[in-house]
Design a binder for this molecule. Structure first.
Ligand code: HEC
Length: 164
């Protein structure tokens, strides 16, 4: 084969693979279900982080803003998780289903405590928030999704938690 032929063939292969790659990327972006799932997770994440900002206070340091964040955060995560359970259930993956339901339960517990503000409500909120974080982490580990940047700062090396 002449040098020119090799160059032409290489060029054609290069063009072809570029087209294939571009199509794959487009497919991923275009899949509306995947996109919706991501949007929901992003909202869950925002609510989770808003509450995270008010962890580790003394109860008497909490004002209207903090309690309000716990209430709406819990309600929102519960609502969003229910959408996931309805629209994106994975009946053949028990672990996924269980962790999703756990997340919803802890979100509900947070909202309830924030609404009633009984003595010890804040301690309960911190507990539920910690358990919820565990559910996030366990599900992502289970599915081999790595989201460490903001959610679990500095924990990238941590092995998956043992089953309960
Ligand atoms: C039962 C499973 C499960 C639980 C629980 C869970 N996630 Fe996820 N999460 C997923 C899946 C699946 C994806 C991947 C979505 C995709 O990329 O298609 C994801 C993706 C994400 C993303 C990336 C979204 C993006 O832009 O790609 C963030 C952030 C996230 N989750 C935050 C959280 C937080 C915060 C919690 C807990 C409060 C949580 N997740 C709980 C399954 C879960």
């Amino acid at each position: 084969m002449g040098k020119k032929v090799v160059i032409v063939i290489s060029f054609l292969i290069f063009c072809y693979s570029t087209v294939i790659l571009a199509e794959d990327q487009k497919k991923e972006e275009d899949d509306p279900k995947k996109k919706e799932y991501k949007e929901i997770m992003k909202s869950i994440d925002l609510n989770y982080k808003a509450m995270q900002d008010f962890m580790g206070y003394y109860p008497d340091q909490l004002g209207k803003k903090e309690w309000g964040t716990f209430l709406t955060g819990g309600q929102e995560i519960s609502r969003l998780t229910q959408i996931v359970l309805d629209k994106f259930s994975r009946p053949d993956d028990e672990t996924y289903q269980k962790l999703m339901k756990d997340m919803k339960k802890y979100a509900e517990d947070i909202a309830k405590a924030a609404e009633e503000r009984y003595t010890g409500a804040y301690e309960d909120i911190q507990y539920s928030h910690g358990r919820m974080r565990n559910a996030c982490k366990r599900c992502h580990n289970h599915l081999h999704i790595q989201i460490y940047t903001d959610l679990y700062p500095g924990k990238a090396e941590e092995p998956p938690p043992p089953p309960e």
